[in-house]
Write a new protein. Structure first.
Length: 257
């Protein structure tokens, strides 16, 4: 399981002509030229791609945390007509392949003038479109005793205040789980940015990595592997920092009915 990562790390320190010919560990003096070449070798500095990915990932995380938690609170705690029906419809969207709605979404975003901007990648996150995270938090909210809601209502709290003051502070593990998965999936996403982003100045890290390989010209595999190593670092650090809360959130939500 670790061999591909070790090979990638070792290849990022090899000269271009020995990446695919020598063993996993270089038998010569290690070099970091691939990192400098990869960072500054394109028309746009690779730092621009990192900034773009961080902006999209941060806004996606905030959007999912806000709207998915609100939708989950409504399904888990509020009573309204057709709640079970709409909850079932929401779960059915999990079985709908993304490619089915790709063309209608593209046409809609084109009519709105959002193509080649971050808006198609960010705005849907603020509309609670990720049913997986809604279901995850619904399961967690259902495990919180309803006596807390009733006590708060007797003290005059509105549903909004109950959500803000009681439900969210008690749901930190589920919120962290949502944040981690959203960050990882957004950071690693290649298909959606490929569809909606055209100018290199707007590329994400994944699109930037693709530019190192060109079937019609010379490919820079050294720069590709070096930037691939750097692209893994944010995900690794994000997971390492919140690992305990992630495991707690998954385990707890899986136990609720």
């Amino acid at each position: 399981m670790l061999y591909p990562l070790l090979w990638l790390l070792a290849a990022s320190f090899k000269p271009e002509n020995q990446i695919f010919s020598s063993g996993i560990w270089p038998s010569f003096e290690w070099s970091i030229d691939s990192y400098f070449r990869g960072w500054n070798g394109l028309r746009v500095s690779f730092s621009v791609f990192f900034v773009n990915s961080f902006i999209i990932a941060f806004l996606s995380v905030m959007g999912n945390l806000i709207t998915c938690s609100m939708a989950a609170y409504a399904f888990a705690r509020l009573r309204f007509r057709g709640r079970n029906f709409w909850f079932a419809m929401m779960l059915m969207t999990l079985m709908l392949p993304y490619h089915v709605v790709l063309i209608p979404q593209y046409v809609l975003f084109r009519e709105l003038g959002w193509i080649d901007t971050f808006l198609p990648l960010v705005v849907p996150k603020f509309l609670a479109v990720d049913a997986f995270f809604i279901f995850l938090m619904v399961q967690f909210f259902r495990g919180i005793p309803r006596e807390l809601d009733e006590a708060a209502m007797m003290d005059g709290c509105s549903p909004w205040r109950i959500y803000w003051k009681i439900m969210l502070p008690l749901s930190i593990p589920a919120l962290v789980t949502t944040a981690i998965f959203t960050f990882i999936w957004t950071w690693d996403d290649f298909f959606a940015p490929l569809i909606y982003l055209n100018r290199m100045q707007n590329y994400t890290v994944m699109l930037g990595l693709r530019t190192f390989v060109d079937s019609t010209a010379q490919s820079d595999y050294g720069g590709l592997f070096a930037m691939s190593v750097l692209s893994i670092v944010p995900i690794f650090l994000f997971f390492l920092i919140f690992q305990r809360l992630l495991i707690e959130g998954i385990a707890t939500t899986g136990m609720k009915r």
